[in-house]
Design a protein around this ligand. Structure first.
Ligand SMILES: NC(=O)c1ccc[n+]([C@@H]2O[C@H](COP(=O)([O-])OP(=O)(O)OC[C@H]3O[C@@H](n4cnc5c(N)ncnc54)[C@H](OP(=O)(O)O)[C@@H]3O)[C@@H](O)[C@H]2O)c1
Length: 275
């Protein structure tokens, strides 16, 4: 097989033709993203003639790339991830309520006229994954570690899902208090605090990056975990963090980080008009 024939059969194998709709994921760095494979499997499952490609864009080139994508007529939209989620709020033409509340965007739809509509699906994906694991967050008392991008999205989604009480625990106390204030404004009747005893909550969520590296401290006191609690992670790598291992050993039900992404992928495909 010569080079051109090999390339043609590779393209045919990937199912890409002149009619294929193009989607992207924008990140810096890009090598670690999982969305092309996961979205590719979803497209194949639903018979969608689309492909999602990795697009390595640095922060200083983001506005120029956005303008270029507005003119790409077979482009359906993109996933935005680190470090672009916050900057994207200013670059989109319209935002959903979730993106406005949270102040970040992780998925953008390109309308037929080139307008870009941003949404934030981290938190909704997390709550959908909880429900799929058999835990309905409504009326639960939840403690959330973290006040960064993922944690903020999870906090708003838990509030929207009707938790009875929400405690935000974060290393930088000012950031936790700022998140609490934003939650109070959006959900005035929800009891929400920036401190509280972990043992009094029946749902514990790690929305920090603590647990990605072996030397990390724990986001919760592992010795205070008890069997009546449900413990959920945002971290995907490692699959079983020290928190999840300790929670399992203490008899807690657990949820890993990957289902949060898997649930989001379908929501993202829908937002971009692919499903
Ligand atoms: N499963 C999914 O679909 C999904 C989606 C999005 C993100 N994630 C994961 O969620 C995690 C957080 O991501 P992010 O985008 O929210 O990051 P981020 O905005 O940078 O926030 C990081 C959070 O971790 C805390 N933190 C970091 N290092 C710490 C340390 N040494 N001690 C105490 N607290 C520390 C930060 O506290 P300070 O405020 O004090 O700095 C902050 O609350 C990452 O592991 C990411 O991969 C998963």
């Amino acid at each position: 097989m010569d080079g051109r024939t090999a390339m043609n059969s590779a393209l045919t194998a990937a199912g890409i033709t002149g009619r294929t709709r193009v989607y992207g994921i924008l990140a810096d760095p890009i090598y670690h993203v999982k969305a092309p494979e996961v979205m590719g499997a979803l497209f194949a499952h639903h018979g969608v003639d689309g492909v999602l490609v990795p697009l390595h864009v640095k922060a200083d080139g983001l506005a120029v790339v956005m303008d270029g994508l507005r003119h790409l007529r077979n482009f359906g939209g993109f996933i935005a991830t680190v470090p672009h989620k916050t900057a994207m709020t200013d670059l989109c033409d319209a935002l959903t309520r979730e993106a406005e509340q949270i102040g970040a965007v992780n998925c953008v739809r390109r309308e037929a006229d080139g307008r870009m509509v941003g949404t934030m699906l981290d938190g909704i994906g997390f709550v959908e994954a909880l429900r799929a694991s058999g835990l309905e967050p409504r009326d639960r008392s939840a403690a959330l570690a973290g006040a960064g991008g993922a944690a903020s999205a999870i906090a708003f989604a838990l509030a929207e899902a009707g938790v009875a009480r929400l405690t935000i625990l974060n290393r930088t106390a000012d950031r936790a208090r700022a998140l609490v204030e934003r939650l109070r404004t959006a959900y005035p009747t929800l009891p929400v605090a920036a401190e509280g005893a972990q043992a009094e909550h029946d749902l514990l969520v790690n929305g920090t990056s603590l647990g990605m590296r072996p030397q990390d401290a724990s986001p919760f006191d592992l010795s205070a975990l008890h069997g009546g609690q449900f413990v959920a992670e945002a971290i995907m790598d490692p699959e079983t963090t020290p928190l999840l291992a300790a929670a399992s050993a203490a008899g807690c039900r657990i949820q890993k980080g990957l289902p949060m992404l898997e649930r989001q992928i379908a929501l993202m495909a829908r937002h971009m008009g692919a499903l």
